[in-house]
Design a protein around this ligand. Structure first.
Ligand code: PEP
Ligand code: MG
Length: 571
């Protein structure tokens, strides 16, 4: 009989076979009783804080050495969360006023933060929730004297199996020894997954019951792209072959990092760009051969701050990106806040459907002072290299015209003050709302470019919340409805000589790339690590075959039919 194949979420590519390392930590048991001696609890708290801080400083230094500045920032962020007065003061207050034990106080205060972040269905905040959980667990272990397992000390080849891996545990892994990890929880967007991809350690997450299925001395075979795992593989040779062929394909992809972007028939005009959330991400974009930044989500600058960032602070960040890109184009999106993305220093009004409510351009055009500060910073940065300013969530032509007019007024203001604005500045918009996609040709008279935000466009078109598991079967990037909207968008722009990018996740999906090529998309913006694979896919296709594919796909009735057509083309 064949072995059971466990299926989880493939979160970091790679195939491995190795002995299991079962990561089971002692349980953290919160002391729920009334504290008899608050002073003693405070002493325990202070000591736990000091030890946690010491750990984080060390982790930051080793991560900096192993993974570079960008990843080390995670621990800088951990340190600032740890030192956030709202956390420290909250814990001390519960100990002093409510006779909480130190563990109960830490658990309650950090738990509130986690719950708040988890309620937001934004990737960034989900990561923040994981960060707070990570810090909370470390604080609790120190406060309760629970042993912390040192994963950096692993000195034989293993695959770690755990309930979950925190970002700080992942950062300690030595890729020479840790050949992969498999966890009951988590998914592609968790920090652990992101780090695993940089460390090039295969990872399968969200397996639900893997931890209870393994025992000491088991051998595990795993495929981090398909999410498949076999315990004590029946046919080891099959897996060894997979390991070899993965290694060969990785070598092949490396060739595409610095190669030109060119199709099989010699078409050279597609641009492969990347999405970023902070100037620190630019390093990675260039390392993976990105030719542009198709989306800088400027909201992270606001969310990382304790108050509205000043014009100077913003200018410094935007200029840094433009400088680092050395003449390669950058598109910065204006503040896309509201809906699920909240700010600690601004109270959004309650709405029953915040995703359909007061957010993005609707918010900034209502708060002109806040908008002016950002637009001025962007305009100033445009003097240092090719920059596109992009408005999110545009629904009507009037809305775009008003935002553009406001930007041009700010430009005049700056010029009056003798401040330079770039000559090549472009003003564009995101296509995220079907209302804009269907009359894209009308918008294209006014916008210099479009960038399609498929993450939102799909949810609004299918009326299926992008984060809801219950309706995820309706979230279909390959639906013929989406393809028709993309065609209207791209043709509408080209009719007026404007270019179209895509910065939603779909742009980097291997099955979407042939369709988008055939539709005539100009710029593909994805996570930096996906760039070489996209370039490789493009090199194997001719424009003619992608156009023929699109002609057939537009006639399909279902997603399945579209995908079957694509599979025939990319084999
Ligand atoms: C999108 O909607 O596709 C997009 C890129 O924006 P965000 O994911 O930030 O909403
Ligand atoms: Mg969006």
């Amino acid at each position: 009989m064949a072995n059971k194949i466990y299926k989880g979420i493939g979160s970091s590519d790679g195939v491995s076979i190795a002995k299991v390392f079962i990561l089971k930590e002692d349980k953290i048991v919160i002391d729920d009783s009334k504290a008899k001696d608050p002073k003693a609890e405070i002493t325990k708290y202070e000591s736990a804080m000091a030890k946690t801080k010491e750990d984080l400083v060390k982790l930051k230094a080793t991560t900096l050495e192993k993974l570079g500045a960008e990843k080390a920032e995670i621990f800088e962020a951990h340190l600032s969360i740890l030192e956030d007065p709202a956390i420290g003061e909250g814990i001390l207050e519960l100990i002093n006023k409510s006779e909480y034990t130190v563990s109960k106080a830490i658990n309650e205060v950090t738990g509130n933060f986690v719950a708040m972040f988890e309620a937001m269905d934004d990737e960034y905040f989900k990561e923040r929730a994981a960060d707070v959980k990570d810090i909370s667990a470390r604080l609790l272990k120190h406060a309760l004297g629970v042993r912390i397992i040192d994963l950096a000390a692993i000195n034989e080849e293993v695959i770690i199996v755990a309930e979950d891996l925190t970002p700080s545990q992942t950062a300690q892994l030595n890729p020479k020894m840790v050949k992969g990890f498999a966890c009951n929880v988590g998914g592609r967007t968790s920090h652990a997954a992101i780090m695993a991809r940089s460390l090039e350690i295969p990872a399968v997450l969200g397996l639900k019951d893997i931890l209870s299925s393994v025992k000491d001395n088991d051998i595990i075979a795993m495929d981090g792209s398909t999410g498949e795992i076999e315990i004590n593989p029946k046919d080891k040779k099959v897996w060894e072959k997979k390991v070899e062929s993965f290694k060969a394909s990785q070598e092949e992809l490396k060739k595409f990092i610095n190669a030109p972007t060119v199709t099989k028939d010699g078409f050279k005009d597609f641009i492969l760009g990347a999405n970023i959330g902070s100037p620190n991400d630019v390093e990675n974009v260039l390392a993976y051969g990105g030719e542009a930044i198709g989306l800088f989500r400027s909201e992270f600058l606001y969310m990382d701050n304790s108050n509205w960032p000043t014009e100077e602070e913003q200018f410094t960040s935007y200029k840094k990106v433009v400088d680092l890109m050395k003449g390669k184009p950058t598109v910065i999106r204006t503040l896309d806040i509201g809906g699920d993305k909240k700010l600690s220093y601004f109270q959004f009004p309650h709405e029953d459907n915040p995703f359909l409510g007061y957010r993005a351009i609707r918010f900034t055009m209502d708060k002109k002072d806040i908008f002016r500060t950002q637009i001025r910073a962007l305009l100033r940065a445009s003097a240092f290299g090719p920059l596109g300013i992009m408005f999110p969530m545009i629904a009507t032509v009037d809305e775009f015209k008003a935002a553009k007019e406001f930007t041009l007024e700010c430009k005049k203001e700056l010029e009056k003050e003798g401040i330079k604005v770039g000559k090549d500045l472009e003003i564009g918009m995101m296509i995220e709302i079907p209302a804009a996609a269907v009359i894209a040709d009308k918008f294209a008279k006014y916008a210099d470019f479009f960038s399609v935000g498929t993450n939102d466009l799909i949810q609004y078109t299918m009326a299926a919340d992008r984060m809801s598991e219950k309706v995820s079967y309706l979230y279909q990037p390959y639906s013929p409805s989406i393809l028709h909207l993309l065609k209207l968008t791209i043709d509408g722009a080209h009719k007026h000589g404007k270019w179209v990018g895509m910065c939603g996740e779909m742009a980097g999906e291997p099955h979407a790339i042939p369709l988008l090529m055939g539709l005539g998309l100009d710029e593909f913006s994805m996570s930096a690590t996906s760039v070489p694979r996209a370039r490789s896919i493009m090199s194997k296709l001719t424009i003619k075959e992608t156009q023929e594919l699109v002609a057939k796909a537009l006639e399909c009735e279902t997603t399945e039919e579209v995908l079957n057509l694509v599979k025939k083309v990319i084999k």
